[in-house]
Ligand binder design. Sequence first.
Ligand SMILES: Nc1nc2c(ncn2[C@@H]2O[C@H](COP(=O)(O)OP(=O)(O)OP(=O)(O)O)[C@@H](O)[C@H]2O)c(=O)[nH]1
Ligand SMILES: [Mg+2]
Length: 169
Amino acid sequence: MTDEKKCKIVIFGAFGAGKTTLIKTLDPESTHVEADCTGGTTTVALDYGRLQVNGHSVYLFGTPGQERFEFAREIISKGMDGAILIVDATSMLDDFTKHLYDSLSSARVPLVVFLNKCENIGANPELLKKQFGTSPVWMVSALDKKQSINALGNFVKTLPSHPNVHNHT
Ligand SMILES: Nc1nc2c(ncn2[C@@H]2O[C@H](COP(=O)(O)OP(=O)(O)OP(=O)(O)O)[C@@H](O)[C@H]2O)c(=O)[nH]1
Ligand SMILES: [Mg+2]
């Protein structure tokens, strides 16, 4: 037995918000189940990565952003200790992101919002920042490893010291 803390973090967000990119940045050896789509790839099952942060073993699960994959989001969400909602700060807030935010806020799970693509000249995080009630909001670029680790580490620090799930391996 080890007293190492383990936590399962699930990443939500609309199509193209940057969920897969964030996991690739945080864990370059992560695994991704994707299909080709116009202009790139899209997650059709899940992303999976792991890393050590603030004395925790963090298990990251990325969900598909397309609305039709609701069943996959439900399965992946089981037993999560925390949720990250990624929002593309170069776009207006869309209805699906609002729906994800409302469902996660009413679920009893710690939640943080990452406003993503903030290094992009077209990003307007200030406009979006106020639209997430009392939830903590971080401005990030999922392409930037330091920023991504910092934002994740700060979230993990806030999680209860006895997470729901004891063994995610
Ligand atoms: N400029 C910029 N582009 C980003 C950033 N994060 C992601 N992207 C780009 O946004 C596009 C979509 O990123 P993904 O990580 O595949 O998005 P996703 O949320 O996993 O998308 P789905 O799986 O289809 O729901 C890709 O072209 C990424 O390179 C960022 O921080 N800055
Ligand atoms: Mg993806």
